[in-house]
Design a protein around this ligand. Structure first.
Ligand SMILES: [Zn+2]
Length: 570
Protein backbone atom coordinates (compact mmCIF):
# COMPACT_ATOMS: atom_id res chain seq x y z
CA UNK A 1 0.00 0.00 0.00
CA UNK A 2 1.39 3.35 -1.03
CA UNK A 3 0.16 6.61 0.46
CA UNK A 4 0.72 10.10 -0.86
CA UNK A 5 0.31 12.65 1.87
CA UNK A 6 -0.15 16.34 1.11
CA UNK A 7 -1.56 19.26 3.03
CA UNK A 8 -4.51 21.59 2.79
CA UNK A 9 -3.98 25.06 4.28
CA UNK A 10 -2.89 24.85 7.91
CA UNK A 11 -5.87 26.73 9.32
CA UNK A 12 -8.18 24.09 7.88
CA UNK A 13 -6.21 21.26 9.48
CA UNK A 14 -6.97 18.73 6.72
CA UNK A 15 -4.47 16.14 5.50
CA UNK A 16 -5.01 15.03 1.90
CA UNK A 17 -4.26 11.37 1.39
CA UNK A 18 -4.17 9.28 -1.76
CA UNK A 19 -3.86 5.55 -1.27
CA UNK A 20 -2.57 3.69 -4.32
CA UNK A 21 -3.09 -0.05 -4.55
CA UNK A 22 -1.57 -2.04 -7.40
CA UNK A 23 -2.17 -5.53 -8.76
CA UNK A 24 -5.83 -5.63 -7.89
CA UNK A 25 -7.55 -8.60 -9.54
CA UNK A 26 -10.94 -8.60 -7.87
CA UNK A 27 -14.27 -7.04 -8.88
CA UNK A 28 -14.14 -5.00 -5.69
CA UNK A 29 -11.74 -4.18 -2.88
CA UNK A 30 -12.60 -3.34 0.74
CA UNK A 31 -10.74 -0.60 2.58
CA UNK A 32 -10.96 -0.10 6.30
CA UNK A 33 -9.96 2.45 8.89
CA UNK A 34 -8.88 1.20 12.35
CA UNK A 35 -11.63 1.48 14.96
CA UNK A 36 -9.13 1.67 17.86
CA UNK A 37 -5.44 2.08 18.41
CA UNK A 38 -3.01 -0.02 20.48
CA UNK A 39 -2.47 1.68 23.83
CA UNK A 40 -6.10 2.74 24.20
CA UNK A 41 -8.49 -0.14 24.26
CA UNK A 42 -11.77 1.59 23.43
CA UNK A 43 -13.69 2.69 20.32
CA UNK A 44 -11.88 5.59 18.67
CA UNK A 45 -14.25 6.43 15.80
CA UNK A 46 -11.50 7.91 13.63
CA UNK A 47 -13.79 7.80 10.61
CA UNK A 48 -15.58 10.90 11.94
CA UNK A 49 -12.54 12.85 10.71
CA UNK A 50 -12.83 11.79 7.08
CA UNK A 51 -14.76 14.55 5.35
CA UNK A 52 -14.82 13.11 1.84
CA UNK A 53 -13.63 10.10 -0.08
CA UNK A 54 -13.57 9.08 -3.75
CA UNK A 55 -11.94 6.43 -5.92
CA UNK A 56 -10.50 6.37 -9.45
CA UNK A 57 -8.43 4.16 -11.71
CA UNK A 58 -4.99 5.04 -13.03
CA UNK A 59 -6.46 6.92 -16.01
CA UNK A 60 -8.63 9.01 -13.76
CA UNK A 61 -11.96 7.28 -14.37
CA UNK A 62 -14.22 7.49 -11.34
CA UNK A 63 -14.83 4.18 -9.53
CA UNK A 64 -18.02 3.66 -7.55
CA UNK A 65 -17.98 2.68 -3.93
CA UNK A 66 -20.41 1.88 -1.17
CA UNK A 67 -19.94 2.29 2.55
CA UNK A 68 -20.41 -1.04 4.36
CA UNK A 69 -20.16 0.39 7.87
CA UNK A 70 -18.70 3.45 9.59
CA UNK A 71 -15.13 2.31 8.93
CA UNK A 72 -15.28 0.21 5.76
CA UNK A 73 -15.62 1.24 2.11
CA UNK A 74 -16.11 -1.21 -0.81
CA UNK A 75 -14.64 0.08 -4.08
CA UNK A 76 -15.87 -1.41 -7.38
CA UNK A 77 -12.74 -1.91 -9.48
CA UNK A 78 -14.39 -2.09 -12.95
CA UNK A 79 -11.49 -4.24 -14.09
CA UNK A 80 -8.83 -1.71 -13.09
CA UNK A 81 -5.66 -3.25 -11.65
CA UNK A 82 -4.39 -0.06 -10.05
CA UNK A 83 -6.82 1.93 -7.98
CA UNK A 84 -6.42 5.23 -6.18
CA UNK A 85 -8.52 6.35 -3.24
CA UNK A 86 -8.50 10.07 -2.47
CA UNK A 87 -9.69 11.23 0.92
CA UNK A 88 -8.96 13.83 3.54
CA UNK A 89 -8.55 13.62 7.28
CA UNK A 90 -9.26 16.31 9.84
CA UNK A 91 -6.07 16.41 11.96
CA UNK A 92 -6.99 18.79 14.72
CA UNK A 93 -6.62 16.94 18.01
CA UNK A 94 -3.48 17.39 20.05
CA UNK A 95 -2.70 14.50 22.37
CA UNK A 96 -0.30 11.56 22.32
CA UNK A 97 -2.56 9.32 20.23
CA UNK A 98 -4.17 11.59 17.67
CA UNK A 99 -3.05 13.86 14.81
CA UNK A 100 -2.53 17.57 14.34
CA UNK A 101 -1.75 19.72 11.35
CA UNK A 102 -1.36 23.45 11.92
CA UNK A 103 0.90 26.39 11.20
CA UNK A 104 3.90 25.00 13.07
CA UNK A 105 3.88 21.29 12.41
CA UNK A 106 2.40 18.15 10.88
CA UNK A 107 1.95 15.46 13.51
CA UNK A 108 0.41 12.16 12.50
CA UNK A 109 -0.44 8.91 14.18
CA UNK A 110 -0.86 6.88 11.01
CA UNK A 111 -3.21 4.47 12.81
CA UNK A 112 -5.75 7.31 12.90
CA UNK A 113 -5.91 7.99 9.21
CA UNK A 114 -4.36 5.36 6.93
CA UNK A 115 -6.90 3.12 5.22
CA UNK A 116 -5.90 -0.52 4.84
CA UNK A 117 -6.91 -3.58 2.92
CA UNK A 118 -7.10 -6.63 5.18
CA UNK A 119 -5.24 -8.90 2.73
CA UNK A 120 -2.35 -6.44 2.44
CA UNK A 121 -1.66 -5.82 6.14
CA UNK A 122 1.54 -7.85 6.01
CA UNK A 123 2.87 -6.24 2.84
CA UNK A 124 5.23 -3.24 2.72
CA UNK A 125 3.86 0.29 3.06
CA UNK A 126 5.28 3.50 1.69
CA UNK A 127 4.39 7.07 2.61
CA UNK A 128 5.36 9.83 0.16
CA UNK A 129 5.47 13.10 2.06
CA UNK A 130 4.53 16.25 0.19
CA UNK A 131 5.27 18.64 3.05
CA UNK A 132 7.36 21.85 3.30
CA UNK A 133 10.97 21.15 2.27
CA UNK A 134 12.36 22.90 5.36
CA UNK A 135 10.63 20.45 7.71
CA UNK A 136 12.63 17.88 9.66
CA UNK A 137 10.91 14.53 10.13
CA UNK A 138 10.98 12.70 13.48
CA UNK A 139 9.74 9.12 13.20
CA UNK A 140 10.80 5.58 14.10
CA UNK A 141 10.30 4.43 10.50
CA UNK A 142 13.02 4.08 7.91
CA UNK A 143 13.39 7.27 5.84
CA UNK A 144 13.50 7.29 2.02
CA UNK A 145 14.21 10.08 -0.49
CA UNK A 146 10.51 10.80 -0.72
CA UNK A 147 9.26 9.99 2.76
CA UNK A 148 8.97 6.90 4.92
CA UNK A 149 8.67 3.18 4.49
CA UNK A 150 7.38 0.42 6.76
CA UNK A 151 7.79 -3.37 6.64
CA UNK A 152 4.03 -3.71 6.92
CA UNK A 153 0.89 -1.88 7.97
CA UNK A 154 1.40 -2.89 11.62
CA UNK A 155 4.71 -1.06 11.67
CA UNK A 156 3.22 1.99 9.91
CA UNK A 157 0.34 2.10 12.41
CA UNK A 158 2.87 1.86 15.24
CA UNK A 159 5.13 4.72 14.07
CA UNK A 160 3.91 8.26 14.71
CA UNK A 161 5.63 11.17 12.98
CA UNK A 162 6.27 14.81 13.78
CA UNK A 163 7.45 17.08 10.95
CA UNK A 164 8.33 20.70 11.60
CA UNK A 165 11.06 23.30 11.18
CA UNK A 166 11.19 23.98 14.92
CA UNK A 167 11.94 20.45 16.12
CA UNK A 168 14.80 20.15 18.58
CA UNK A 169 16.89 16.99 18.31
CA UNK A 170 19.21 15.41 20.89
CA UNK A 171 20.86 12.02 20.74
CA UNK A 172 22.63 9.66 23.09
CA UNK A 173 23.89 6.12 22.85
CA UNK A 174 23.58 3.18 25.22
CA UNK A 175 25.61 0.20 24.03
CA UNK A 176 24.70 -0.18 20.37
CA UNK A 177 21.38 1.58 20.67
CA UNK A 178 20.89 5.10 19.32
CA UNK A 179 18.40 7.09 21.34
CA UNK A 180 16.78 10.19 19.87
CA UNK A 181 14.96 12.90 21.80
CA UNK A 182 12.78 15.08 19.55
CA UNK A 183 11.11 18.09 21.14
CA UNK A 184 8.36 20.13 19.52
CA UNK A 185 7.22 23.22 21.41
CA UNK A 186 8.69 25.73 23.84
CA UNK A 187 10.10 24.42 27.10
CA UNK A 188 12.38 25.30 29.97
CA UNK A 189 14.33 22.00 30.09
CA UNK A 190 18.07 22.00 30.60
CA UNK A 191 19.43 19.77 27.84
CA UNK A 192 22.45 18.55 29.80
CA UNK A 193 20.37 17.39 32.79
CA UNK A 194 17.84 15.89 30.42
CA UNK A 195 20.42 13.82 28.53
CA UNK A 196 22.12 12.69 31.74
CA UNK A 197 18.88 11.51 33.29
CA UNK A 198 17.63 9.80 30.13
CA UNK A 199 20.95 8.02 29.74
CA UNK A 200 20.72 6.78 33.33
CA UNK A 201 17.27 5.19 33.15
CA UNK A 202 17.79 3.84 29.61
CA UNK A 203 21.04 2.17 30.63
CA UNK A 204 19.40 0.76 33.75
CA UNK A 205 16.36 -0.65 31.93
CA UNK A 206 18.54 -2.28 29.28
CA UNK A 207 20.70 -3.67 32.09
CA UNK A 208 17.70 -5.28 33.79
CA UNK A 209 16.17 -6.69 30.60
CA UNK A 210 19.48 -7.65 28.95
CA UNK A 211 18.81 -5.96 25.61
CA UNK A 212 16.48 -3.44 23.97
CA UNK A 213 14.20 -5.06 21.38
CA UNK A 214 15.05 -2.40 18.76
CA UNK A 215 18.25 -0.92 17.36
CA UNK A 216 17.09 2.65 17.81
CA UNK A 217 14.52 4.46 19.92
CA UNK A 218 12.80 7.82 19.49
CA UNK A 219 11.19 9.94 22.21
CA UNK A 220 8.78 12.31 20.42
CA UNK A 221 7.75 15.12 22.75
CA UNK A 222 4.87 17.46 22.09
CA UNK A 223 5.34 20.22 24.63
CA UNK A 224 2.09 22.12 25.13
CA UNK A 225 1.68 25.65 26.51
CA UNK A 226 -1.22 24.38 28.65
CA UNK A 227 -1.36 21.70 31.35
CA UNK A 228 -1.18 18.29 29.69
CA UNK A 229 -0.05 14.77 30.51
CA UNK A 230 -0.35 11.89 28.06
CA UNK A 231 1.99 9.27 26.68
CA UNK A 232 1.57 6.48 24.14
CA UNK A 233 3.98 3.62 23.61
CA UNK A 234 5.25 2.21 20.32
CA UNK A 235 7.77 -0.39 19.17
CA UNK A 236 10.76 1.91 18.77
CA UNK A 237 9.24 5.22 19.78
CA UNK A 238 6.80 7.00 22.03
CA UNK A 239 4.81 10.21 21.84
CA UNK A 240 4.62 12.16 25.07
CA UNK A 241 2.42 15.20 25.28
CA UNK A 242 3.19 17.25 28.35
CA UNK A 243 2.90 20.82 29.58
CA UNK A 244 2.94 23.63 30.41
CA UNK A 245 6.36 23.85 28.75
CA UNK A 246 7.47 26.79 30.89
CA UNK A 247 7.05 24.66 34.04
CA UNK A 248 9.10 21.69 32.82
CA UNK A 249 12.11 22.69 34.87
CA UNK A 250 10.04 22.75 38.08
CA UNK A 251 10.48 19.74 40.35
CA UNK A 252 6.89 18.53 40.08
CA UNK A 253 6.49 18.66 36.31
CA UNK A 254 10.05 17.41 35.66
CA UNK A 255 9.23 14.45 37.90
CA UNK A 256 6.12 13.68 35.83
CA UNK A 257 8.10 14.18 32.63
CA UNK A 258 10.73 11.66 33.71
CA UNK A 259 8.11 9.29 35.12
CA UNK A 260 6.17 9.06 31.87
CA UNK A 261 9.37 8.81 29.78
CA UNK A 262 10.67 5.88 31.83
CA UNK A 263 7.21 4.25 31.74
CA UNK A 264 6.95 4.50 27.95
CA UNK A 265 10.44 3.12 27.34
CA UNK A 266 9.65 0.03 29.44
CA UNK A 267 6.61 -0.54 27.19
CA UNK A 268 9.11 -1.25 24.37
CA UNK A 269 9.40 -4.61 26.12
CA UNK A 270 6.20 -4.85 28.11
CA UNK A 271 3.27 -4.90 25.68
CA UNK A 272 5.04 -4.10 22.42
CA UNK A 273 6.98 -7.38 22.62
CA UNK A 274 5.81 -9.14 25.79
CA UNK A 275 2.23 -9.00 24.60
CA UNK A 276 -1.11 -10.57 25.60
CA UNK A 277 -2.07 -13.35 23.19
CA UNK A 278 -5.40 -11.61 22.54
CA UNK A 279 -3.45 -8.77 20.86
CA UNK A 280 -1.38 -11.06 18.60
CA UNK A 281 -1.66 -9.69 16.01
CA UNK A 282 -3.60 -6.46 16.49
CA UNK A 283 -7.03 -6.64 14.90
CA UNK A 284 -7.82 -3.03 14.04
CA UNK A 285 -11.39 -3.85 13.06
CA UNK A 286 -12.54 -5.55 16.27
CA UNK A 287 -12.72 -4.45 19.92
CA UNK A 288 -9.55 -5.44 21.76
CA UNK A 289 -10.48 -7.31 24.94
CA UNK A 290 -7.94 -9.00 27.20
CA UNK A 291 -7.66 -9.87 30.93
CA UNK A 292 -4.05 -8.82 31.49
CA UNK A 293 -4.14 -5.03 31.24
CA UNK A 294 -2.75 -5.05 34.79
CA UNK A 295 0.49 -6.61 33.47
CA UNK A 296 0.76 -4.30 30.47
CA UNK A 297 -0.02 -1.07 32.30
CA UNK A 298 0.31 -1.92 36.00
CA UNK A 299 3.71 -3.60 35.88
CA UNK A 300 4.90 -0.79 33.60
CA UNK A 301 3.63 1.81 36.07
CA UNK A 302 5.47 0.09 38.93
CA UNK A 303 8.71 -0.20 36.97
CA UNK A 304 8.54 3.27 35.39
CA UNK A 305 9.02 4.85 38.84
CA UNK A 306 11.16 2.10 40.37
CA UNK A 307 13.78 2.41 37.60
CA UNK A 308 14.12 6.13 38.31
CA UNK A 309 15.16 5.56 41.92
CA UNK A 310 17.22 2.44 41.16
CA UNK A 311 19.13 4.22 38.41
CA UNK A 312 19.80 7.24 40.60
CA UNK A 313 17.75 9.80 38.65
CA UNK A 314 15.69 10.58 41.76
CA UNK A 315 16.16 9.84 45.48
CA UNK A 316 14.19 7.64 47.85
CA UNK A 317 12.13 10.56 49.20
CA UNK A 318 10.91 11.09 45.63
CA UNK A 319 10.11 7.38 45.28
CA UNK A 320 8.20 7.26 48.55
CA UNK A 321 6.19 10.25 47.43
CA UNK A 322 5.29 8.36 44.23
CA UNK A 323 4.42 5.23 46.24
CA UNK A 324 2.17 7.34 48.46
CA UNK A 325 0.37 8.67 45.40
CA UNK A 326 -0.10 5.05 44.31
CA UNK A 327 -1.44 4.14 47.76
CA UNK A 328 -3.95 6.99 47.54
CA UNK A 329 -5.14 5.74 44.16
CA UNK A 330 -5.39 2.20 45.48
CA UNK A 331 -6.59 2.37 49.08
CA UNK A 332 -9.01 5.25 48.55
CA UNK A 333 -10.67 3.56 45.59
CA UNK A 334 -13.50 1.39 46.96
CA UNK A 335 -14.09 0.05 43.45
CA UNK A 336 -11.21 -2.35 44.20
CA UNK A 337 -13.58 -4.16 46.59
CA UNK A 338 -16.26 -4.63 43.91
CA UNK A 339 -14.33 -5.57 40.78
CA UNK A 340 -11.01 -7.32 40.36
CA UNK A 341 -8.15 -6.06 38.27
CA UNK A 342 -9.01 -8.76 35.72
CA UNK A 343 -12.62 -7.50 35.59
CA UNK A 344 -11.35 -3.97 35.01
CA UNK A 345 -9.00 -5.17 32.25
CA UNK A 346 -11.89 -6.92 30.49
CA UNK A 347 -14.02 -3.78 30.86
CA UNK A 348 -11.48 -1.38 29.33
CA UNK A 349 -13.56 -1.10 26.16
CA UNK A 350 -16.59 -0.15 28.26
CA UNK A 351 -15.31 2.23 30.91
CA UNK A 352 -11.53 2.02 31.00
CA UNK A 353 -11.10 5.65 30.03
CA UNK A 354 -14.28 7.26 31.27
CA UNK A 355 -16.30 7.51 34.46
CA UNK A 356 -18.52 4.62 35.48
CA UNK A 357 -20.86 4.03 38.45
CA UNK A 358 -19.35 5.11 41.80
CA UNK A 359 -17.02 2.52 43.36
CA UNK A 360 -17.39 0.26 40.32
CA UNK A 361 -13.92 -0.30 38.93
CA UNK A 362 -10.27 -0.30 39.77
CA UNK A 363 -7.53 1.12 37.60
CA UNK A 364 -5.38 -1.37 35.69
CA UNK A 365 -2.55 1.15 36.22
CA UNK A 366 -2.78 1.57 40.00
CA UNK A 367 -4.13 -1.88 40.84
CA UNK A 368 -1.67 -3.55 38.47
CA UNK A 369 1.18 -1.60 40.08
CA UNK A 370 0.01 -2.89 43.50
CA UNK A 371 0.11 -6.43 42.12
CA UNK A 372 3.64 -5.79 40.78
CA UNK A 373 4.81 -4.27 44.09
CA UNK A 374 3.46 -7.13 46.19
CA UNK A 375 4.76 -9.84 43.85
CA UNK A 376 8.18 -8.17 43.71
CA UNK A 377 8.48 -7.99 47.51
CA UNK A 378 7.17 -11.57 47.90
CA UNK A 379 9.73 -12.96 45.46
CA UNK A 380 12.55 -10.92 47.01
CA UNK A 381 11.63 -12.07 50.51
CA UNK A 382 11.22 -15.78 49.80
CA UNK A 383 14.42 -15.95 47.73
CA UNK A 384 16.47 -13.97 50.25
CA UNK A 385 16.85 -11.24 47.64
CA UNK A 386 18.33 -13.61 45.09
CA UNK A 387 15.39 -13.15 42.73
CA UNK A 388 12.82 -10.46 42.03
CA UNK A 389 10.07 -9.47 39.62
CA UNK A 390 12.94 -8.53 37.26
CA UNK A 391 13.47 -12.26 36.73
CA UNK A 392 9.79 -12.63 35.82
CA UNK A 393 10.08 -9.83 33.26
CA UNK A 394 13.31 -11.30 31.83
CA UNK A 395 11.72 -14.72 31.52
CA UNK A 396 8.63 -13.24 29.85
CA UNK A 397 10.97 -11.46 27.43
CA UNK A 398 12.96 -14.62 26.65
CA UNK A 399 10.05 -17.07 26.47
CA UNK A 400 7.39 -14.87 24.91
CA UNK A 401 8.53 -11.41 23.74
CA UNK A 402 11.64 -12.45 21.91
CA UNK A 403 9.88 -15.39 20.27
CA UNK A 404 6.84 -13.24 19.40
CA UNK A 405 4.52 -15.58 21.30
CA UNK A 406 1.56 -13.98 23.05
CA UNK A 407 1.09 -14.75 26.74
CA UNK A 408 -2.07 -15.81 28.56
CA UNK A 409 -3.00 -14.89 32.11
CA UNK A 410 -2.16 -18.49 33.06
CA UNK A 411 1.34 -18.00 31.61
CA UNK A 412 1.81 -14.96 33.85
CA UNK A 413 0.89 -16.96 36.95
CA UNK A 414 3.09 -19.84 35.87
CA UNK A 415 6.17 -17.68 35.23
CA UNK A 416 5.64 -15.86 38.54
CA UNK A 417 5.38 -19.22 40.35
CA UNK A 418 8.52 -20.51 38.67
CA UNK A 419 10.51 -17.48 39.83
CA UNK A 420 8.81 -17.39 43.26
CA UNK A 421 9.54 -21.09 43.75
CA UNK A 422 6.11 -21.91 45.22
CA UNK A 423 2.42 -21.85 44.37
CA UNK A 424 0.75 -18.47 43.92
CA UNK A 425 -2.72 -19.96 43.50
CA UNK A 426 -4.13 -18.24 46.57
CA UNK A 427 -2.43 -14.95 45.73
CA UNK A 428 -3.88 -14.91 42.23
CA UNK A 429 -7.33 -15.95 43.49
CA UNK A 430 -7.31 -13.19 46.10
CA UNK A 431 -5.54 -10.32 44.40
CA UNK A 432 -5.75 -10.84 40.64
CA UNK A 433 -9.06 -12.63 40.03
CA UNK A 434 -10.45 -11.53 43.39
CA UNK A 435 -11.05 -8.37 45.39
CA UNK A 436 -9.44 -9.21 48.73
CA UNK A 437 -8.40 -6.05 50.59
CA UNK A 438 -4.65 -5.45 50.41
CA UNK A 439 -4.08 -3.62 53.71
CA UNK A 440 -2.72 -6.72 55.42
CA UNK A 441 -0.49 -8.05 52.66
CA UNK A 442 1.03 -4.62 52.01
CA UNK A 443 1.76 -4.13 55.74
CA UNK A 444 3.43 -7.55 55.89
CA UNK A 445 5.49 -7.08 52.76
CA UNK A 446 6.80 -3.58 53.36
CA UNK A 447 7.84 -4.75 56.81
CA UNK A 448 10.30 -7.10 55.06
CA UNK A 449 12.07 -4.00 53.74
CA UNK A 450 11.95 -2.12 57.04
CA UNK A 451 8.95 0.06 56.34
CA UNK A 452 5.50 0.54 57.82
CA UNK A 453 2.19 1.96 56.70
CA UNK A 454 1.04 5.03 58.52
CA UNK A 455 -2.64 5.95 58.61
CA UNK A 456 -3.58 9.63 58.80
CA UNK A 457 -6.84 11.56 58.75
CA UNK A 458 -7.87 13.54 55.70
CA UNK A 459 -7.09 17.24 55.94
CA UNK A 460 -10.41 18.06 54.26
CA UNK A 461 -13.20 18.46 56.86
CA UNK A 462 -16.01 17.32 54.54
CA UNK A 463 -14.09 14.16 53.63
CA UNK A 464 -12.97 13.46 57.18
CA UNK A 465 -16.20 14.15 59.09
CA UNK A 466 -18.88 13.22 56.52
CA UNK A 467 -17.16 10.99 53.97
CA UNK A 468 -18.04 13.22 51.01
CA UNK A 469 -15.57 14.36 48.37
CA UNK A 470 -16.33 17.61 46.59
CA UNK A 471 -14.88 19.46 43.64
CA UNK A 472 -15.10 23.10 42.75
CA UNK A 473 -16.60 23.80 39.37
CA UNK A 474 -16.00 27.56 39.16
CA UNK A 475 -17.57 28.74 42.40
CA UNK A 476 -19.89 25.70 42.67
CA UNK A 477 -19.07 23.15 45.34
CA UNK A 478 -20.28 19.79 43.98
CA UNK A 479 -20.36 16.34 45.63
CA UNK A 480 -18.50 13.85 43.42
CA UNK A 481 -17.99 10.77 45.56
CA UNK A 482 -19.27 9.43 48.89
CA UNK A 483 -17.46 6.89 51.05
CA UNK A 484 -19.43 3.67 51.56
CA UNK A 485 -20.87 3.34 55.08
CA UNK A 486 -20.15 6.95 55.90
CA UNK A 487 -22.25 9.54 57.72
CA UNK A 488 -22.74 11.40 54.44
CA UNK A 489 -24.02 8.33 52.57
CA UNK A 490 -27.64 8.75 53.71
CA UNK A 491 -27.66 12.52 53.50
CA UNK A 492 -25.93 13.45 50.26
CA UNK A 493 -26.11 12.32 46.68
CA UNK A 494 -23.48 12.52 43.97
CA UNK A 495 -24.00 15.76 41.96
CA UNK A 496 -25.50 17.63 44.95
CA UNK A 497 -24.48 21.27 44.83
CA UNK A 498 -23.60 22.63 48.27
CA UNK A 499 -24.86 26.22 48.44
CA UNK A 500 -24.23 27.12 52.10
CA UNK A 501 -22.66 25.56 55.17
CA UNK A 502 -23.71 27.20 58.43
CA UNK A 503 -24.91 30.16 56.37
CA UNK A 504 -21.49 30.65 54.80
CA UNK A 505 -20.33 30.20 51.22
CA UNK A 506 -18.63 26.78 51.02
CA UNK A 507 -15.33 28.10 49.66
CA UNK A 508 -12.43 25.65 49.45
CA UNK A 509 -10.73 27.28 52.40
CA UNK A 510 -13.88 27.40 54.56
CA UNK A 511 -14.99 23.81 53.80
CA UNK A 512 -11.53 22.42 54.42
CA UNK A 513 -11.12 23.94 57.88
CA UNK A 514 -14.57 23.31 59.39
CA UNK A 515 -14.52 21.90 62.92
CA UNK A 516 -16.75 18.94 63.87
CA UNK A 517 -20.13 19.57 65.55
CA UNK A 518 -23.57 20.58 64.29
CA UNK A 519 -23.61 21.70 60.66
CA UNK A 520 -26.45 23.21 58.59
CA UNK A 521 -26.33 22.58 54.86
CA UNK A 522 -28.25 24.21 52.04
CA UNK A 523 -28.02 22.05 48.97
CA UNK A 524 -29.44 21.96 45.47
CA UNK A 525 -30.44 18.53 44.20
CA UNK A 526 -32.12 18.09 40.80
CA UNK A 527 -32.86 21.84 40.77
CA UNK A 528 -34.64 21.67 44.16
CA UNK A 529 -33.42 23.32 47.31
CA UNK A 530 -32.98 21.28 50.47
CA UNK A 531 -31.87 22.06 53.99
CA UNK A 532 -30.21 19.42 56.18
CA UNK A 533 -28.78 19.43 59.65
CA UNK A 534 -25.93 17.08 60.51
CA UNK A 535 -24.10 16.31 63.68
CA UNK A 536 -20.66 14.83 63.18
CA UNK A 537 -19.70 11.74 65.19
CA UNK A 538 -15.93 12.02 65.33
CA UNK A 539 -15.53 9.01 63.06
CA UNK A 540 -12.98 9.64 60.32
CA UNK A 541 -13.45 8.75 56.65
CA UNK A 542 -11.11 8.74 53.63
CA UNK A 543 -8.08 8.04 55.81
CA UNK A 544 -4.77 8.04 53.97
CA UNK A 545 -2.06 5.37 54.01
CA UNK A 546 1.54 6.38 53.54
CA UNK A 547 4.78 4.42 53.65
CA UNK A 548 7.52 5.41 56.09
CA UNK A 549 10.81 3.83 57.07
CA UNK A 550 11.10 2.16 60.47
CA UNK A 551 13.31 3.84 63.03
CA UNK A 552 15.13 0.68 64.09
CA UNK A 553 15.07 -1.86 61.29
CA UNK A 554 16.91 -5.16 61.56
CA UNK A 555 20.03 -5.64 59.47
CA UNK A 556 18.07 -7.99 57.23
CA UNK A 557 15.31 -5.42 56.65
CA UNK A 558 17.92 -2.78 55.94
CA UNK A 559 19.71 -5.04 53.41
CA UNK A 560 16.43 -5.95 51.72
CA UNK A 561 15.48 -2.28 51.42
CA UNK A 562 18.83 -1.46 49.83
CA UNK A 563 18.63 -4.37 47.39
CA UNK A 564 15.08 -3.36 46.43
CA UNK A 565 15.70 0.34 45.72
CA UNK A 566 19.49 0.37 45.16
CA UNK A 567 19.80 3.24 47.66
CA UNK A 568 21.04 3.41 51.23
CA UNK A 569 18.43 2.92 53.99
CA UNK A 570 19.78 5.95 55.84
ZN1 LIG B 1 1.40 2.77 29.74
Amino acid sequence: MKYLLSLDTPLKHFLNITLEIEKVNMPYIDLKLPIWRPGRYEAANYSKNIQKISARDYEGNVLNYEKLNSSCWRIQTDGATTILIDYNYYAHQMDAGNSWYGEKQVYINFVNCMLYNEERLKGPCEVVLDIPKKYTVACGLEKTNTGLKAKNYYELADSPMIASDTLQHFTYKVGNTDFHIWIQGNHSLDSETLLNDFRKFSLYQIGVMGELPTKDYHFLFQITPNKFYHGVEHGNSTVICIGPGVDLKTKDLYSEFMGVSSHELFHAWNILKIRPKELMPYNFGQPAVFPTGFVAEGFTTYYGDLFLVQSGVFDKAWYFNELNKLFLRHFLNYGRLNNSVVDSSLDLWVDGYQPSAPHKKCSIYAEGAMVALTLDLMIRHLSNNKRSLDDVMRQLWNDFGKKEIGYSIEDIQQVCEQIYGASLKDYFQDHVYGTKPKEEIVQELIDTVGCILELTDSEQALERELGIKVTYDGTDCVVVLISPDSLGENIFSVKDKILKINGQDPTEEYAKNLKGGKWDFEIERNYELKKVEIETTGQSYWKKYSIIQKENPSQKQRDSFEKWLSVSFD
